[in-house]
Structure formats: C-alpha cells, structure tokens
Design a protein around this ligand. Structure first.
Ligand code: ADP
Ligand code: ZN
Length: 622
C-alpha cells in the first residue's frame, strides 16, 4: 500500500490511516467526497458493497474539520453494537444510544455527545425522535457541532418491502428541523417503488442519487432442482464448504429446527435461529455464529439483517424466497470480504405452488397482490432460466451485463429440449379431465395418465379411456415434473384447493394452439453436482487466498489463535480485530518491521500501534 502524501485528499488519508485500506471501492470515493462537501445523497449499493465507509469516512473527515458529530440512524441494536465495537478497534470515538444501555452509561454517552467528543453516534429511530434527543441535537446544531445524518437501511421507510418500520416515517423531521445538515440515506434495496418511497418520505428530492453496480462477482449462483433437499444440502456442504461458516434459509420454524438437528447428526456444526426461539437463545446462537469459526446457521429470514460477518462462505436456500430482492439481499450476506462464496438454492414444484398460494390467500389488497405476483414471476424466471443467472439478476436491477462465467448455467450450460409438444399434451389432458366430469386432479395423477400407468385411481375414474391416456409415455416422470413446474411458473397452469389440483389459466390456450414455444432445461435424473461437475473446491479461489506454503500456514494458524484471544478479551467478534484476508497477507508476507506491517491492507494506524509488536512476535515465533 502506498503511503498517503500530505497533499492526498483528506478522505484518502483517513481511508489509509484509520482503516488501513489502499483504495476506495467502486463509487465510494465519489460518494464520500460529495458528502464531505455537504451534499445530500441516496446510495443504493448491494449488501457487502461497502456502505459503512460511505458515512464513516465523511464522519471522521468532518469531525477533524471541527464540524462535529455524525448521527447514524440504524434499526438494529446488534448492528450498532458491532459497528461501534469495530470503530473502537480503529480508534474512532463512537457510541450508541439504545435500550440496552443502563441509565448511567447512557448519561455518559450523552455527556460525550454534548461535549463534541464523539465522531459517530448510532441511534435507533424511536430514540432519535424523543423530545430529549431532539433537544440535544438542537443544542449541537446551535453550536455548529451537528455534522451529518446517515440513515442506514433506508428501505425501512417503505411499506413495499418486508422490513417496514413505522418509526422510520418520523425521520422526515430531520429535514424539517435540521435543514442544512447533510443527510445520507443508504440501502441495498434497489427497486423503483422502494426508491421512490425513500425519496418522498425522507424528502430527498434534491439529493444526489448513487446507484452502485449490483454485481457481486465473487458470489457463485447455483439453483438445483429439488430432489432430496436435505441430502443435497449436506452433499453441497461436504463437497464444497467443509468447515466453513454459512447460512441456510428455510421458510418455517419447524423446518429450521429439523434441518439444524439433522446437520448436527451428520457432523456439521449447525445452530437454529427463528423468531419463535427465546430471545436469550437467539442471542447466544447469533453470538456463536459471529465469534466462532465454521458455524452453519439454519434460520428463517428473521436472521440476517445487520449481520455483517465478512467471512460467510455460503448462503443456501432450502425454500424459495419471495422476491428477487429478498434473494439478492439474503445471498448478499455471503462473501462480504470479497473472497469466493456460494449462493445455492434447491427449488421444486411445491415451492412454486406454496408461494402462489401465500399470495392468493393473503390479506393484501388486490393491487399489492398483483405486484407480489409479478415479483414472484421474476424470481421463477430466474430459477427456470437456462441463461446466465447473473445477467438476469443484474437485468432485474436495471443493469445490463455479459455472461459471467461464475454461475451454474455458465459453468455447465444445461441441455435444453423443446417441450412445446409435451406441454400441449399435459394441458389437453387436464382439459379432458374437466370435460369428463368436471373434476380436477393433481400432478401425480396427471403424470400417471400421461405415461399410461393404470393405477387404481386411474382406473376408478375411467381415465384409461381418455384419448390422452399414455400419450406421454416417452417422456420420463422427472421431465414431466419439470414441464408442470414450468407451466405453473410461467402462469399457464395454476393450482387450486387443499390438494393442489391443476387448472388451466387463460394463457393455456396459446400454448395449446402452439403459439408459445417452450424450451426447457433438461431435467436431470440424478443431480450431477459435486466434485466432478465443478472441479471441486481445489479449483476455487478459497480464502485465505492461498497459496500459503507450510510455514505460511503455520503463521496463519498462530495469527488466528492470537486473534481469537484478542477478540474474546475485547468482547468483539474475531473479524473486528482483523479479517481473514489481512491475517493471510501477514502470514504470506511475514513482515519483519512495523513499517512493513503497515503496508498490509487492513492495518490502520491504531491497530498498528495497538497490535504491531505482538503480531511481529507471533510471526517470528510461529
Ligand atoms: P454493506 O454495509 O454495504 O453490506 P460493509 O460496509 O459491511 O458492506 O462492507 C463490507 C466489507 O467490505 C467490510 O468488511 C469492509 O471492511 C470491507 N470494505 C469496504 N470498503 C472497502 C475498501 N475500500 N477496501 C477494502 N475493504 C473494504
Ligand atoms: Zn453466469
């Protein structure tokens, strides 16, 4: 890392000196400079893109220039706690005010705040909106010591998302009461609806909009057909993520419990997390996930917001998320450190059926349901598509791109087959059922009839007499399932009632007429993932970024053990002390002096001073 010169801009000096990073990433530099100069901004950046630096660097620069404190509005206590802990390690005076503090500590924080000692103060919106807090802000403002408002997770102001927080609506007060104090709103949710809501509700009409690239190139996307999902998951973890930290998302609490228990039986260290667990158990599980190496968290979507553990190596979905936004936000929790990571999902007909059902049976107004259906369709198109997954994802966020070479479809282009004829057969068979007594049937029965399997049920309903009986014997069961799933996904078929019987939608007519061609993924009879299919993990760029020779590995292990102790004694997660990537670079370069150590990415001035000598000692004795 090149040392900053006295005439580097102050933003870059802070990045080097405080954070120990060589360069800004992507749009960070432009955002930071705009905010330091006093501009308002709305920043859309994917999870893991580096949003925190966008307000932390301006906060430090502006405080050094005598402009006072930055107030960060954040919805989650755990997040505030981690961020303040990390800033403490960097030597930046920061604190939070929330309900977890005892009265005496809270008063001390208030004294520090009013005296202008803090560079950043984190607070939940409900706290910020209290008369007491607003009065303190008034006092700071009058003395020119209120520098900046950063509104994190700004999508919480929008009712369209699932993270809506009533208290966020009150934040319009910032603009009204503290006009002239710059405001920076940040979110990873990028759809137009949410964006418009944020701008309107926070009165950010004049703010500059920064839309970062939503690409997360280090994440590999894979979507497999559901076969035996738990076994598929286990194989995926064993083959590619043995000993890694990861998150497995399930829809129901019960499935979370079952899956976690099963993984443990199979020797994978897994913990459950869902809103039905005792708060204390949840806290303990989250804590272990953050602090220990290699824990797999099996969770509902109640887990994740505000988890900025950088070394989550995979995010697996056993159930389909609701929208591409949720999928992207959840998968974005993998690989924040920039090293290779996986987003892996299994998906089947039941997922499609369940999601459609949840929308149809929901309490929401019809226009909201229509919006939800549209979002589900986009996600299904992603799951069924045979083109590059990343191209489709980025396209959804309005960003054109080229085939990525790092998703399942790029790495192993799926065979396709023309299923137009098969689809017509299936639809006309359903039509015949209906003509023949008005009854509806589910997928299993339909496939039996198409394949000419004379089960009792088939005989009982006289379906051996149908003209469609046995017309699809040449198509395998798995292929039929894929045809039906994709017909449901595309909306030509839908399901009804508690038995999920199949019914034709209006657009089925076009398929029946042959106006719509269906090119489908070839259903694989047995999942062909695993080592041979992907070249195994050796082919991957795994962290720590190897190659480390044997001596280097020894040093890395010694550094990790040292880091674990420091983390425990400072009561912060290990990655707050140093990231894996930083330790790996130390192990590889084996610096012999403090100057050489300072050149390693992630080593800022404070950490050099606090830990430099110890690290040199650990390195020399490993
Ligand atoms: P977000 O809040 O957007 O999800 P974070 O702010 O948590 O992302 O940043 C993700 C990770 O990237 C963090 O571990 C952070 O330290 C690291 N990071 C951010 N900016 C840089 C940079 N310019 N150089 C190196 N690492 C960075
Ligand atoms: Zn691709």
């Amino acid at each position: 890392m090149t040392a900053p010169t006295p005439d580097s801009p102050p933003t870059l000096q802070v990045l080097h000196e405080v954070f120990g990073y060589a360069e800004f990433r992507g749009d960070q530099r432009e955002i930071v400079e705009h905010v330091v100069a006093g501009g308002d901004a709305l920043v859309l950046m994917p999870t893991g893109g580096g949003k925190s630096l966008c307000y932390q660097v301006p906060a430090i620069v502006r405080h050094r220039a005598g402009q006072g404190v930055t107030v960060v509005v954040s919805p989650l206590i755990a997040l505030m706690h981690d961020q303040v802990g990390a800033l403490g390690e960097l030597g930046v005076p920061a604190a939070f005010l929330n309900s977890s503090l005892d009265a005496e500590t809270a008063r001390q924080v208030e004294r520090d705040l009013l005296a202008g000692r803090l560079q950043l103060l984190y607070a939940a919106p409900e706290r910020l909106l209290t008369p007491r807090f607003l009065a303190m802000l008034d006092s700071l403002r009058e003395r020119g010591l209120l520098s900046l408002f950063a509104i994190d997770e700004a999508h919480c102001v929008s009712q369209w998302g699932h993270d809506f927080r009533e208290e966020y609506l009150g934040l319009s007060v910032l603009h009204e009461r503290f006009a002239g104090v710059p405001r920076l709103a940040l979110t990873a949710t990028a759809d137009d609806h949410t964006r418009a809501d944020i701008i309107a509700r926070l009165q950010l009409e004049d703010a500059r909009l920064f839309v970062a690239s939503f690409d997360r190139p280090n994440i590999r996307y894979t979507i497999v057909e559901k076969d035996e999902p738990k076994k598929q998951l286990l194989r995926f973890i064993r083959d590619e993520h043995d000993g890694d930290a990861g998150i497995v998302y399930c829809q129901s609490r019960k499935k979370v419990e079952d899956t976690a228990a099963w993984l443990n039986d199979e020797g994978v260290a897994a913990l459950p997390y869902h809103a039905g667990l005792d708060a204390e158990v949840r806290r303990r599980h989250q804590d272990r996930f953050l602090r220990e190496d290699g824990i797999v968290m099996v969770a509902t979507i109640a887990f994740g917001m505000g988890i900025d553990k950088p070394d989550v190596r995979f995010v697996a979905h056993l159930d389909l998320p609701k929208t591409i936004e949720s999928y992207y936000q959840e998968t974005g929790r993998a690989g924040r450190d920039g090293a290779a990571a996986d987003a892996w999902m299994t998906y089947g007909l039941a997922d499609v059926v369940n999601q459609r059902r949840m929308i149809d049976d929901g309490e929401a107004a019809e226009d909201f349901k229509r919006l939800q259906r549209g979002k589900l369709d986009a996600l299904l198109a992603l799951a069924e598509g045979h083109g590059c997954r990343r191209v489709r994802l980025l396209d959804y966020f309005g960003q054109p791109s080229q085939a990525c070479g790092n998703c399942d479809n790029c790495l192993q282009p799926p065979a396709t087959w023309d299923a137009t004829e098969a689809a017509r057969k299936a639809l006309s068979c359903i039509y015949r059922f209906h003509q023949n007594g008005g009854q509806r049937f589910g997928a299993v029965h339909l496939i039996d009839v198409l394949r000419g399997k004379a089960t009792d049920k088939v005989a009982q309903h006289g379906h051996t007499e149908l003209s469609t009986y046995g017309i699809g014997a040449d198509v395998s069961e798995a292929q039929w399932r894929s045809v039906l799933r994709q017909l449901v996904a595309l909306g030509h078929l839908h399901t009804e009632g508690e038995f999920n019987t199949l019914a034709l939608s209006a657009s089925a007519r076009e398929v029946l007429r042959g106006d719509i061609q269906l090119l489908l993924r070839q259903a694989s009879e047995s999942p062909k993932r695993g080592k041979s299919a992907r070249g195994g993990r050796a082919a991957r760029d795994k962290p720590p970024p190897l190659p480390l020779d044997d001596a280097g590995l020894l040093r890395f292990t010694a550094l990790k053990a040292w880091r674990g102790e420091v983390g425990r004694s400072h009561n912060v997660p290990a990655y707050v002390v140093f990231h894996d990537a930083t330790l790996a670079e130390m192990a590889r370069e084996c610096p012999q002096s403090l100057d050489a150590l300072a050149a390693i990415s992630g080593v800022g001035a404070k950490k050099l001073e606090a830990y430099g000598q110890e690290i040199l000692r650990v390195l020399s004795s490993a």
